[in-house]
Design a protein around this ligand. Structure first.
Ligand code: ACO
Length: 339
């Protein structure tokens, strides 16, 4: 499919609308579970988990903590960081594969909790790449004038769809949420250093359904089901697909890999992060890594990692940041933004 590079929409002579990231926030459950704690319940070890995945601990939602409560906490922090009142938000997109209910969308619960009624609110389901799908969709709605200020959230409680008897999957995932505030801003078309989303690409390949899926659902088993994964095959596809989509976005943006200040990837496995950075020729020091602390939080992992690097001062105004993710479906995508 041919595309004409950068995705800014002309808003008048020499003008464009850009989606600018105004602030971020994140939330984690109260309970942290170390590998050693997990090894007391599951036939595994800290050594195996660290060596194969880089994960050292994960957060697990407890009573009263759900995808909606975590998403709402993260959203409130993002609004505070952006200096934006909840009443100004006219679009909420929440990426999740673990909604509070089959319907309505968890984003509507978040909207209600924030007290900002009447705008657009819906969920996006692209599993681990959900945040990339949500971000790209929000960007499109902002650039076409359908909304002005958006909350884009990734939130998950994967602990509730894990088979705790299956050591090949249950050690890999955790719960959490991350959010950003995105605002439509008018700017000059020829300003190459202006803040805003620059280019993004999304993909899906439904042929790979059986490599990573949940074995239940309302229309099939009438149960929630458990996560099933053929990890080795997923690993192989992830490295190839991510390198490809990253190169597509760089080409669309007319930017070289060396110009990227930070990569904020989906946090599935430290070895996937290493392999992808190597394929792009990027030093691992430019990759934000939080998988050791959070494990794989699916759609929450990219905004959680982003907020971590904003909070600790690594990502600064003017930086060129690449977001990327791949997940069940398969789905995958990448997005380049100037801070
Ligand atoms: N503890 C101890 N031993 C284990 C565990 C465990 N938790 N899990 C599996 N093993 C054993 C296996 O039984 C196997 O033993 P055997 O050789 O006696 O049969 C051995 O370890 C090796 O198992 P593999 O599955 O071949 O291990 P591998 O090196 O492939 O690592 C892993 C598994 C970590 C899942 C890896 O394949 C991976 O990271 N894949 C990527 C998948 C992923 O991250 N998915 C997340 C969702 S998708 C996404 O976000 C991109």
């Amino acid at each position: 499919m041919e595309r004409d590079g950068r995705q800014w929409v002309v808003a008048g002579a020499g003008k464009v609308i850009r989606s600018v990231i105004r602030g971020s926030g994140s939330a984690l459950p109260r309970r942290v579970v170390s590998n050693a704690e997990l090894a007391a319940e599951v036939d595994t070890s800290d050594e195996w988990i660290v060596e194969r995945t880089g994960i050292r601990q994960r957060y697990i939602a407890g009573e009263g903590e759900t995808t909606a409560t975590l998403a709402t906490d993260a959203a409130r922090k993002a609004l505070a960081a952006a200096g934006v009142d909840a009443a100004e938000i006219d679009l909420i997109i929440l990426a999740t594969a673990t909604p509070d209910n089959t319907f309505p969308a968890t984003s509507t619960k978040v909207q209600h909790a924030l007290g900002c009624h009447g705008g657009i609110a819906f969920d996006v389901q692209a599993v681990c790449s959900g945040f990339l799908y949500a971000l790209t969709t929000a960007d499109s709605l902002l650039r076409t004038g359908s909304a002005k200020k958006a909350l884009v959230i990734g939130a998950e409680t994967f602990s509730r769809i894990l088979d705790w008897e299956d050591r090949t999957t249950c050690v890999l995932f955790g719960d959490g949420a991350g959010a950003i505030v995105l605002e439509a801003v008018d700017g000059e078309a020829d300003d190459d250093h202006a803040a805003g989303l620059i280019a993004s690409r999304l993909h899906a390949d439904g042929r790979q359904h059986d490599l990573l899926y949940v074995d239940g659902g309302p229309s099939t088993t009438q149960t929630v089901g458990h996560l099933r994964m053929r990890g080795r095959e997923v690993f192989r596809h992830a490295v190839v697909n991510l390198a490809e989509v990253l190169n597509e976005v760089l080409e669309d943006a007319g930017v070289s890999a060396e110009e990227i200040d930070w990569v904020v990837p989906h946090q599935a496995n430290a070895r996937i992060l290493d392999a992808t950075a190597r394929k792009l020729g990027l030093p691992i020091e430019k990759v934000v890594v939080t998988v050791d602390q959070h494990a794989n939080t699916s759609a929450a992992s990219v905004p959680l990692a982003f907020d971590t690097a904003i909070q600790d001062g690594r990502i600064k105004a003017g930086d060129l940041v690449m977001f990327e993710a791949m997940g069940g479906g398969f789905t995958w995508g990448a997005c380049l933004a100037r801070m």
